[in-house]
Design a protein around this ligand. Sequence first.
Ligand code: COA
Length: 149
Amino acid sequence: MAGDSITLERLKKNELKKIVDIMIKEFSKEPYNEKWSRRFALKYIKSLLKNDPKLFFTIKHKGSIIGFISGATYWFAHGKSCYLEEFVIEEKHQGKGFGSIALKKFERILKNRGYKVLELNANKKARSFNFYKKRGFKELPWVLLRKVL
Ligand SMILES: CC(C)(COP(=O)(O)OP(=O)(O)OC[C@H]1O[C@@H](n2cnc3c(N)ncnc32)[C@H](O)[C@@H]1OP(=O)(O)O)[C@@H](O)C(=O)NCCC(=O)NCCS
């Protein structure tokens, strides 16, 4: 089964550099155009890991890292909830169904751990927006606001 070649695994210390590389590279592209320094990207990944280590997974294909997925736990009226912080597959591995399998596996882990809801922010200009909508995510009336301080 195709799903068997994709695994979600806890991050090992020597894999941190690869995760930082993937993040910097994939989010430097359209429509994100994010300019991450290595220092800040490392700080960011470490903060995700520290915040909720049990919800940070490398995504591996036949044992090699092709991306990562990470969430944060919060409690709300609907119960134990997960906010999807990051989800990325390296470009050369995109469009092969690996992201769909990884997301399904992540959702199954959450369900097994008693989570009721998975929420995320998606950029409407990104291909991932329709990816999420086709996989059961619904738009909410909430809008992310930002004030530069
Ligand atoms: C979003 C993402 C994680 C999905 O992973 P993926 O392995 O590409 O996902 P899949 O192959 O299972 O599905 C991708 C969909 O896009 C289509 N697609 C085709 N070529 C593609 C390509 N080169 N890249 C991405 N998607 C492609 C696929 O056909 C599929 O369409 P479908 O929704 O009609 O099934 C991945 O594309 C990615 O990392 N994108 C950049 C980072 C990003 O946007 N992350 C989400 C932030 S919220």
